[in-house]
Ligand binder design. Structure first.
Ligand code: GDP
Ligand code: MG
Length: 447
């Protein structure tokens, strides 16, 4: 369906978040621009687009990131939540509350009323309801045959009075029989436009039928004009919801769908094809999840989890730049580096630095990290904060406590000293270091 294109571009936008190293103003601005572009291409109203992206931006900049998720996850979550809200929040399910439950479909010529009558009948029959359809379209001569054929196809009972002139009389004629059904779907006549004649006719039918749901059928190809139409029908004919049809065939689908979401009449179903089963209950959550590719969204959130958090990286950069540094920092930094990928690749980004790094620092990071962890767990706070005080006696004690050999403990201290020297070297190289951090911040750095 055409909205797939919208989903595709929104998905690409969210991918950018994953690939970026930091969530910063620049990324948020870029994201907001991308979302605007995608929605405008899908014919969504400019004002609505700006309202939506404004709230995404505001939340992204102001809202504190919840403790258990990263900034990136938070950003994805905000985009998802705002899109869902934009499309009507939790959705508006039709609750079948009584018997018979009457659903009347209204709308202009060609919007898809008769087709949708068949689709709805099939939808509810499949869910175990006893369904009947009735045509009150006494306006178009072929209306009777069209709905009768549709009813036969989907296997539900059909009522109508061929050649009748008064829609209310048709309904009255079968009213008693219709009481035997769980759900009665009433097809009505349309007009070219919502004129007084149509308003009068619909109100007269409604007064006699007391429909439990009056649904306006709107063809997606009218785009943003859907809003005005939904509002006018709401004011004059008391509609309770909208069904957008032909979402499979028009680039303006996004316009019609979102336009209705801001009216008092929620979109309850969408039509996505000519066949009888091309009808979907409209649930914004599922819809947004699907156009964004829920599977992808999940992978994305997982990916975001794995990536280094902004705070981690910022701390890392700051500590590097300031040369402030103890054993715990070294351990944390090695851990952070591991998350970012191979340390040597990170350091290769600093011109002229890659070759100066001691080989041992780059090898067996994982094994080393574990050994370090055990060793450090046996150290006192003072020792961790100032490893220079670790003499032979202390080394002995740490070795016993951690189960590491004295050689391994000494190795750790040696690594620490080397790293410290390296930090000093980098300190004289702050420009390059800053450049590296910036590079990691703006452009996706892939390891
Ligand atoms: P009515 O005048 O409101 O009763 O409209 P109809 O039900 O007769 O439909 C008008 C045309 O729209 C028919 O050709 C239908 O096949 C077509 N149509 C209705 N719904 C959809 C839909 O969801 N997708 C597509 N592609 N065509 C549809
Ligand atoms: Mg019709």
């Amino acid at each position: 369906m055409v909205l797939d294109k919208l989903g595709e571009s929104l998905k690409n936008t969210l991918d950018k978040i994953t690939k970026a190293m930091f969530v910063d103003d620049k990324l948020i601005n870029e994201l907001v621009k991308d979302i605007q572009k995608s929605l405008l291409q899908a014919d969504v109203n400019v004002k609505l687009v700006f309202e939506l992206t404004k709230s995404i931006k505001e939340r992204a900049l102001k809202e504190e990131t919840p403790k258990n998720i990263s900034k990136k996850e938070h950003l994805v979550k905000i985009v998802y939540e705002e899109l869902v809200k934009f499309l009507g929040g939790n959705g508006a399910k039709i609750e079948i509350t009584k018997k018979p439950f009457t659903i009347m479909l209204v709308g202009l010529f060609g919007s898809g009323k008769t087709t949708t009558t068949g689709k709805l009948a099939k939808y509810y029959a499949k869910r175990g309801h006893k369904v009947a359809v009735i045509t009150t379209d006494t306006w178009r001569p072929a209306a009777f045959d069209q709905l009768q054929q549709t009813a036969v196809k989907v296997g539900v009972d059909f009522y109508g009075d061929k050649g009748a002139k008064d829609p209310v009389a048709v309904y009255k004629k079968f009213e008693k029989e219709l009481k035997a059904y769980d759900i009665v779907i009433v097809d009505t006549a349309g007009r070219d436009a919502l004129n007084n004649e149509l308003i009068g006719e619909l109100n007269k039918i409604n007064k006699n039928i007391h429909a439990d749901e009056t649904l306006l059928i709107i063809s997606a190809d009218i785009g943003q004009a859907a809003q005005k139409q939904a509002e006018t029908f709401h004011e004059t004919c008391n509609i309770t919801g909208v069904i957008i049809t032909k979402l499979d065939g028009t680039a303006k689908g996004g316009g019609a769908l979102t336009a209705c979401s801001v009216t008092k009449t929620p979109v309850k179903f969408i039509g996505v094809g000519e066949k009888a089963d091309a009808l979907e209950e409209f649930k914004p959550e599922g819809f947004v999840g699907r156009i964004l590719g829920m599977g992808d969204l999940e992978t994305l959130l997982e990916k975001v989890h794995d990536a280094i958090s902004e705070e981690d990286a910022k701390d890392l950069g700051k500590k590097f730049l300031q040369g402030e540094f103890n054993l715990i920092d070294l351990y944390e930094q090695m851990q952070a580096m591991k998350k970012m990928g191979s340390l040597s690749k990170v350091l290769d980004l600093i011109p002229g630095m890659g070759s100066k790094i001691p080989k041992e620092l780059l090898e067996d990071q994982e094994v080393k990290l574990d050994k370090w962890k055990y060793t450090m767990q046996s150290m006192t706070k003072e020792e961790l904060e100032d490893p220079e005080i670790i003499d032979g006696e202390r080394t002995e004690r740490i070795s016993k406590g951690s189960g590491m050999s004295t050689g391994e403990v000494r190795e750790l201290i040696k690594q620490y000293k080397k790293a410290k020297k390296l930090m000093k070297m980098m300190k004289g190289n702050e420009k390059n270091m800053e450049k590296m951090m910036k590079q990691m911040g703006s452009a996706p750095v892939k390891f």
